[in-house]
Design a protein around this ligand. Sequence first.
Ligand code: FE2
Length: 544
Amino acid sequence: MKVLGINALFHDPAAALVVDGVTVAALEEERLSRRKHGHRPVPFAAWELPEQAARWCLESAGLEPADLDAVAYSYDPSLAAPADQLGLDDPWDHLRQTYAARAPGFIASSLPGLDPGCVRFVPHHVAHAASAALAGPPRDTDVLVLDGRGECASHLAGHYADGSLKTLAAQRLPHSLGLLYEDVTEHLGFLRSSDEYKVMALASYGTAQFSDVMRRAITTSPDGGFRTEPVEWGALAKRRVGDDPWTQEHADLAASVQRRLEEVLLELVGWLHDRTGARHLALAGGVALNCVANSILHAESPYDEVWVQPAAGDAGTALGAALTVATDGGDHCLPMPGADLGRSWDDDELEDVLRSARLPYERPADVAQEVAACLAADGIVAWFQGRSEFGPRALGHRSLLAHPGRAENLERLNDVKGREQFRPVAPMVRVERAPAIFGRGPLPSPYMLFVHDVDREWRDRIPAVVHVDGTARVQTVDPRQEPLVARMLAAFEALTDLPVVVNTSLNTAGRPMVDSPRDALECFGSAPVDLLALGPFVVRRPSA
Ligand SMILES: [Fe+2]
């Protein structure tokens, strides 16, 4: 079967293509439209489809819309209820439901030739669940989904056996861990439904002073779900507005919410494990991008292994919906081959872009060696290689790289990217070198979805990547999967004796990650980056 998955309704619109059970392409619309998160998660924007991403997915596989057997849309409007019945204050939600119900017509008009009758609605949390259980390692597994909201729930706990899902619990709205975390994100002066990871980073600077309040506000229930009561955030910490500096109180509030989230996750998976006795757990939904909580689940839950979908937010439901429809249609679906499911350009195309920009460039004998030398000399490198990543993490295809041994590089990179200085940057490390440096979290960790403790002896050697609490969000690099990145890391180690390089996403403030070579040139042209490695070519910043 040829199945196109579409996520559109809330945010992070994305498309994914599954052909005969193989995930061949997945791309977020933001990478093409250059609007971060595609659109805001408001009802007025719910009609916007990931048109460009969908067209690219088809083109990349040489397919026409009429060739598709099905389009899987990751929301089922027949399961929704009016917002007031769900206890949501969302007076325009009916617009969202109208758009969802009309999605087959909208999709057919943006993909001429498509039969609107081939559009299938997949329940939102089933799509999330499939993105974890069917795209992850092939095995029977428990699955936990937590996000802001789907049709009428914010959670799903279940078990996948032989590719089919048995749902064991689902928490109905308005109770939602995702929405509660969004509320505190907004109270702390960040953009809700976008900047939740900043709350997680800020939490490391605080202590969980308000744990008692949070334990009263969030309670688990005997049916495997939970209750979230409204919290009077202003009584705990003053609302932060605009560029107000954050205070200890803000960090303590972030720490308190984060701590309670971790406790509740452990209680929820404890309930699930009691019912199934499964050894494996798969996670998806926006809450699963909380890599600190993921590490707690890895370390303290009863499961042997925890796997997290790298596009755990709503973008991943495009893939999960497609995998669900393909499986229901009788296809045996293979795990996703990696997160590099987006666009790529061959060497001739990259050289054409450089020529037309009239930039001086070179083709060194080995770009990995050249980049390692620049990093060793404390340069900042924009690294553009192969297919772009699906999901929010740069994993060595669209990355900004730096020397980890200089503490000031954290500030330098945060300046390049216009980020708050409390935000950490992450290390990439060759998989075989990781256990000596990083403990506690799962290894290998190819998708940067867990935090690890940095060994005390290493903290002074790689200070740029060590967060205030002594942790780091590691990406391990396996030379069999990422030979070029592994070679660059090896070359850097030969020059510096450090097997680690700083890796953060290649973008500037408020922009989506670089996707095309032109995006890379724009980023290089506007930010203090010393070297751009575009495929096998390098462009150097002229010295001042
Ligand atoms: Fe979701």
